[in-house]
Design a protein around this ligand. Structure first.
Ligand SMILES: Cc1cc2nc3c(=O)[nH]c(=O)nc-3n(C[C@H](O)[C@H](O)[C@H](O)COP(=O)(O)OP(=O)(O)OC[C@H]3O[C@@H](n4cnc5c(N)ncnc54)[C@H](O)[C@@H]3O)c2cc1C
Length: 437
């Protein structure tokens, strides 16, 4: 569509929508693309900070299954329903939720077009589309063959598919988890998954094992995961690093075969996690840079490539912050505060941002990977581990309990029951903060 026609249609849509609301109440309209942890948390934070704001959230799905705790679903500890949230909480908070997918952004015209042709205008746009998979990097793998070799890296139907494959594993069978190189969603996730599958096999298929084919040579809390594999699941988990030939180049689903650098491997269940990049809309709207991810101003999360458009969550690159739901919620709150400040003509606030990833190693044991980020030379930089531990101790000593960062008093150098309990508390609090559901 020609730009002028797009602009005209967007303005007309905006006028109609504004007329439908009570005149004079709203101080501006913020449109959010994507209702995952980042987009939903941002919508709620905006409404909380300024109830007069018109907040519109666009997402194709009426419900959303969370990545966090989805590894528990795989091994039968939870149902998929228990990790599925609705949009009811957002609506109750006054967010206007539109079912649809944004196909096009015209930042100059302050408008978006949905796939079905509807148009919406905005004063500020927040883009939070999560990730897309780079299928083309693995020969023979695509959205169709992923039904036979599920990635389960977007929770929902894929989680159920992998759970069914595991349930059908023959005695003495081999489960393979393939981990991509490059920046990815939830870096400790594949190793938690391998550990929980090992626990499952110990109970259900004592002669079966898990192979991890990894494009990387290190992984988060490798010391604690490796120790759990040795002490709890001896002989059941084998990790093949990138330098040992673990990098996956292709699959053959009809022969149930993986092509890794080290050779060809036949397996019974393959969990192929593909390389990742930001959700497609980020690329088509010109928000991603040469390295693939979306660069943003640290304080406001405004795109450095497209003024007035903010990018949060897994899609953005925010200094040292990991691609995690906890980080997404922290970014969402900072971004919401910056938008409210900008609309009121104030400077954005500066907060510390946080993230915490938990990894379960058994039903009653887990590990925590907490981090705090401060702005150094305009970049979110991880505070030294000793300061993070001190912050955790300060919280334990009554220095303020943060339910989104429940690491107070946890021993971070070992797995513990307390960490598993904190993981479940964190999940409940973060889910409430993001979805009010
Ligand atoms: C197995 C697993 C375990 C995990 N465990 C943890 C954990 O313990 N702790 C933790 O902090 N994190 C964890 N994560 C990571 C966490 O799930 C992600 O970091 C988080 O979901 C990122 O949120 P997001 O909002 O950026 O993206 P998403 O949650 O993917 O949400 C993006 C949303 O945008 C929508 N969307 C995309 N494109 C468009 C469009 N064009 N128009 C409209 N809507 C669109 C999508 O439908 C989706 O609903 C885990 C992930 C996995 C896979």
């Amino acid at each position: 569509m020609k730009r002028r026609a797009f602009l005209k249609a967007v303005l007309a849509a905006g006028t109609a929508a504004t007329a439908a609301r009570s005149p004079g109440r709203s101080r501006g309209r913020v449109l959010i693309v994507g209702g995952g942890f980042a987009g939903s948390a941002c919508a709620l934070a905006l409404r909380r900070l300024d109830p007069a704001l018109d907040v519109v959230l666009v997402d194709p799905d009426e419900s959303y299954a969370t990545g966090p705790m989805s590894n528990e679903v795989l091994v039968g500890w939870r149902s998929l329903a228990s990790i599925t949230v609705t949009r009811r909480g957002l609506r109750a908070a006054g967010v206007r939720v539109l079912a649809g997918r944004v196909a096009d952004i015209d930042a100059a015209a302050h408008g978006v077009r949905l796939e079905d042709g509807r148009r919406e205008r905005y004063d500020r746009l927040v883009v939070a589309p999560g990730i897309r998979f780079l299928w083309e990097r693995i020969v023979g793998y695509d959205a169709f063959t992923a039904r036979s070799m599920p990635h389960a890296w977007q929770a929902g139907e894929q989680t159920s598919l992998l759970a069914r494959r595991l349930a059908a594993l023959p005695a003495g069978g081999v489960v393979a988890i393939c981990v991509p190189g490059g920046l990815m969603r939830c870096p400790p996730g594949p190793y938690e998954r391998a550990t929980l599958i090992a626990e499952y096999l110990a109970r259900r298929r004592p002669r079966a094992k898990v192979l991890i084919f990894d494009a990387n040579n290190h992984f988060p809390r490798q010391d604690l995961f490796t120790e759990a594999w040795r002490s709890r699941y001896a002989g059941r988990v084998e990790w093949i690093a990138g330098t040992a030939g673990g990098s996956l180049s292709g699959v053959d689903v009809t022969r149930s075969t993986l092509h890794v650098e080290g050779g060809t491997q036949r397996v019974d269940v393959a969990n192929v996690i593909p390389p990742q990049a930001p959700g497609l809309i980020a690329a088509t709207a010109g928000l991603s840079a040469g390295h693939g991810w979306c660069p943003v101003d640290s304080l406001t999360f405004e795109s450095t490539l497209s003024p007035g458009v903010h990018v949060i969550g897994d899609a953005c690159i925010a200094g040292a912050m990991p691609k995690a739901g906890s980080a997404a919620v922290s970014q969402a709150r900072q971004c919401a505060a910056a938008i409210v400040a900008a609309l009121a003509g104030r400077a954005p606030p500066t907060e510390e941002l946080t993230s915490v990833c938990f990894g379960l190693v058994a039903r009653d044991a887990g590990l925590a990977i907490p981090a705090r980020f401060e702005l150094r030379a305009g970049r979110w930089s991880a505070m030294p581990a000793v300061d993070v531990a001190a912050a955790a101790q300060a919280a334990a000593g009554g220095g303020g309990h943060d339910p989104l960062w429940p690491v107070a008093g946890l021993a971070l150098d070992r797995t513990s029951t307390a960490a598993a309990q904190a993981a479940r508390r964190w999940y409940a609090a973060t889910r409430a903060a993001a979805f009010a559901d």
